[in-house]
Design a protein around this ligand. Structure first.
Ligand SMILES: [Zn+2]
Length: 263
C-alpha cells in the first residue's frame, strides 16, 4: 500500500502499517486500540490540547494548511464569550507561534520537507511515520512538541523516577522509531531534534537533543512488547482491557469483586 497525505490517517493504512501512536494506544489499552482500529468505537471528541498542537503545527507547515485548519475548526476555536472571539487556548497557541518565530536557530533549522511520510520495517513489522520537518541533505529531523511546562517532571513507573514530558508522552520512542525508519530509507544517519514550546505566558522555547541511551532503552522495550501487540492486532491473541480508560469504563462488566488495593 502506497501512503499519501490523503490516506495516511485512514484505518486501512493503520492495518497495513503500525505507527508510534497506534503502538502507544495498544500499550495503554489493547481492547480500546483494537475497537478503534475496527471502527467500532471512537474516543470522545479530540481534546482542545490536541487542536492547539495542530494549530501550531499547521502554521509552520504552510500558510495554506493553516488557513484550512482554521476553516475546519472554526467552531472549536471561537467563543462568543471571549472578548477577542478567539478562545484563550488559541490566543496562547498564537503566542507560541510568535515565540518560535523569534528564534533564528529554530527558523533556520525548520527547513526541509514538511509532513514527510516515511515507512520501513522494524522487528518484522511494517511501520509508518509522518515527520514534521525532514532535512535529508543535512541528516536531521525536527518535531514540534507543545507542552504546559517544559520543565515539569512527574513520576514514571517505566523509568522508576520523575521524568520529563519527553519521556512521559513517548516522544523518546517516537524519535527513535523515526530515526530508524529514516536510516533504513536513506542509508545515512539522522539526528532527531524536538522543538519544545510551552503553553505558559510568555512561552518558553527550546531545541531539545535526544539521549542516545534512552532511545536504545525504548527500542529494547519495543522489541519486548511488539510480538504480543502484533498478535492482538492480527486477531491471534485476545486483547486485554486496561480497566480504567474511557472504553473500559463503558464496556467492562462487573463479574466479581475488586480488591481495594487494585484500585
Ligand atoms: Zn481500557
Amino acid at each position: 500500500m502506497e501512503l499519501t497525505q490523503e490516506n495516511y490517517y485512514t484505518n486501512k493504512a493503520s492495518w497495513h502499517y503500525l505507527s508510534v501512536s497506534n503502538y502507544k494506544d495498544f500499550m495503554e489499552c489493547e481492547a480500546a486500540a483494537l475497537a478503534k482500529l475496527n471502527d467500532e468505537w471512537e474516543p470522545t471528541q479530540s481534546p482542545i490540547a490536541l487542536l492547539v498542537g495542530n494549530y501550531v503545527h499547521s502554521y509552520f507547515e504552510s500558510e495554506e494548511e493553516h488557513e484550512k485548519f482554521k476553516q475546519e475548526n472554526k467552531k472549536e476555536m471561537f467563543s462568543s464569550r471571549s472578548p477577542y472571539g478567539l478562545k484563550k487556548e488559541f490566543q496562547i497557541a498564537q503566542q507560541m507561534i510568535e515565540r518560535l518565530e523569534k528564534e533564528n536557530m529554530f527558523m533556520n533549522l525548520y527547513e526541509g520537507q514538511k509532513e514527510a511520510i516515511v515507512t520501513g520495517n522494524i522487528y518484522g513489522i511494517d511501520w509508518k511515520a509522518k515527520i514534521d520537518c525532514l532535512n535529508v541533505e543535512e541528516g536531521y529531523f525536527v518535531d514540534i512538541k507543545t507542552n504546559k511546562d517544559l520543565h515539569e517532571r512527574r513520576y514514571d513507573t517505566r523509568y522508576n523516577e520523575r521524568t520529563t514530558f519527553v519521556e512521559r508522552f513517548g516522544y523518546v520512542l517516537q524519535m527513535a522509531v523515526y530515526k530508524e525508519l529514516l536510516e533504513q530509507t536513506y542509508d545515512k544517519e539522522f539526528v532527531p531534534i524536538i522543538a519544545g514550546v510551552s503553553k505558559q505566558t510568555p512561552s518558553e522555547a527550546r531545541l531539545i537533543a535526544l539521549d542516545e541511551d534512552k532511545m536504545n532503552f525504548e527500542m529494547v522495550e519495543l522489541k519486548r512488547n511488539i510480538d504480543h501487540i502484533q498478535k492482538v492486532r492480527m486477531g491471534e491473541e485476545k486483547p486485554e482491557m486496561c480497566g480504567k480508560c474511557e472504553y473500559c469504563r463503558e464496556y467492562q462488566r462487573i463479574n466479581g469483586f475488586t480488591s481495594m488495593d487494585e484500585l
